[in-house]
Design a protein around this ligand. Structure first.
Ligand code: GLU
Length: 475
């Protein structure tokens, strides 16, 4: 059942337990109540399933999971991963990460995760649809999905299209359920999705790293100047998260020196144009042989290149005890879930490399999922009620100032307009990522903790304990 870590002797779930345990020594738990920590660590419900799907002329048995790690807040929330590597240990771990992540960014959900063991790259769209709908039916049968129960979202290998199928399958058995749209997030806009969800995780990664780079003293302590401009960045994984992170770093003036994908990596010390690389990828099916760049056949070697910021944005355990010593980046931003093993973490800490942890840094996706869920429950687009009102108020205000001053104020029309949905989503996301970072930093400073990961776990566990206390678990 439990897949051993590459280069490790324990499972992925054990890795997260190790990180959790490191944080607990900073917590003051009432005497006799340390059992609460065991409760927080454990997965509350694990649904492991097998279901048959007719593919061509054959019956294929699909292995799949949905794990609800914590019910301290409901609904549970987390994506569904489509990959041949899916296994119970992985999904348990990812569901636990969701719990800690949601607590850090004040998203009122318990953590969950789903996984379907298939390769989305080799099966047809029709087969994907059949499998996704059947998986949803299995969740419905066991009461593992619903706006107030458990709300899936996209993850590695899934996207808007799959979320639409999930919603449609759920709707077909819950006719008259007025909140049915809120049973899943990451939907297309036309199906109740919210503007800004697609790029949310990548943008959140950007906001988080930008905030760290603003900390002058912190940056100087690792030998870097403040600010993102001109910083050399490497991104591993050009999926939805990696692509958007790369795009926002590039737009902010950072230099993307290398991009890595499954088939290899490309390098240019003067910077790569991310949109052009994507065009090249679409045209040729690979990032390799992109003009004005050097191919690196062994994609893992890209992680070891000279840079300021390294962003692993694909899968778990890519930085382990055998390559951690070769990492030259000063900052590692965990856009993926669990890309650094605990052993690697220790090596990186000794080397003075700052690791910005997944449970904070990639929380942008679930944050905007929360906004989508709220939109679905309120049945109205963000900005619809107030946009015109703000616009009129702004215009009136400017007019009054101009009348009093007898002077035209040089202000652009677009700065007077009321907020659209995308403006509100982005500002909510930016605020969440900035305040999350400072809460972690405050804990780090006040407890004298070396690593941001441990500080993030302390923050998260404290919040979950607080929530259990208010639930009345403690006397
Ligand atoms: N799959 C994403 C994550 O790992 C998003 C989850 C969600 O939006 O519920 O954070």
């Amino acid at each position: 059942m439990s897949r051993k870590n590459k280069n490790n002797t324990y499972s992925f779930f054990n890795c997260i337990e190790k990180n959790f345990d490191k944080a607990t020594k900073y917590l003051s738990i009432k005497k006799g109540f340390s059992g609460i920590l065991e409760q927080i660590k454990a997965c509350n419900s694990i649904y492991s399933m097998h279901f048959p799907v007719k593919i061509g002329e054959k019956i294929k048995v699909i292995e799949a999971y949905r794990v609800q790690h914590s019910h301290h807040k409901l609904p549970c929330k987390g994506g569904i991963r489509y990959s041949t590597k899916v296994n119970q240990d992985e999904i348990m771990t990812l569901s636990a990460l969701m719990t800690y992540k949601c607590a850090i960014v004040d998203v009122p959900f318990g953590g969950a995760k789903g996984g379907i063991k298939i390769d989305p790259q080799v099966i047809s769209v029709e087969e994907m649809e059949k499998i996704t709908r059947r998986y949803t039916s299995e969740l419905i049968k066991k009461n593992f999905i619903g706006p107030g129960i458990d709300v899936p979202a996209p993850d590695y290998g899934s996207g808007e299209r799959e979320m639409s199928w999930i919603f449609d399958t759920f709707l077909s058995i819950s006719s008259g359920e007025v909140n049915a749209l809120a049973c899943v997030t990451g939907k297309p806009i036309s199906q109740g999705g919210v503007r800004g969800r697609k790029e949310a995780t990548g943008l959140g990664v950007f906001y988080g790293i930008r905030e760290l780079c603003k900390m002058k003293e912190y940056m100087l302590s690792i030998g870097l100047n403040a600010g993102l401009y001109g910083k050399k960045v490497i991104i591993q994984g050009l999926g939805n998260v990696g692509f958007h992170a790369a795009k926002f770093f590039h737009e902010a003036g950072a230099v993307i020196v290398a991009l890595a994908e499954r088939e290899g990596a490309i390098y240019n010390e003067n910077g790569l144009n991310v949109s052009n690389v994507i065009l090249h990828l679409k045209n040729t099916g690979s990032i390799l042989n992109y003009p004005e760049s050097k191919n690196i056949e062994n994609t893992e070697k890209a992680l070891e290149l000279e840079c300021d910021i390294l962003i692993p944005a694909a899968l778990e355990n890519v930085i382990h005890k055998n390559n951690a010593n070769h990492i030259k980046a000063k900052i590692i931003g965990e856009a993926a879930n669990g890309p650094v093993t605990p052993e690697a973490d220790e090596i990186l800490e000794k080397k003075g490399i700052v690791v910005v942890p997944d449970i904070y840094l990639n929380a942008g996706g679930v944050t905007v999922s929360y906004f989508e869920w709220l939109k679905n429950l309120s049945h109205v687009r963000y900005g619809r009620m107030g946009k015109r009102f703000s616009e009129n108020m702004n215009a009136e205000l400017i007019q009054s100032i101009e009348t009093v001053c007898r002077k035209k104020i040089p202000i652009r029309e677009e700065n007077l307009r009321g907020p659209k949905e995308i403006d509100l989503i982005r500002s909510g996301l930016e605020d969440t990522m900035i305040s999350g970072f400072h809460k972690i930093l405050d804990i780090k400073k006040s407890f004298g903790i070396e690593s941001l990961r441990t500080a993030a776990f302390v923050l998260s566990i404290k919040k979950i304990i607080n929530s259990y206390e208010k639930l009345g678990i403690f006397p």
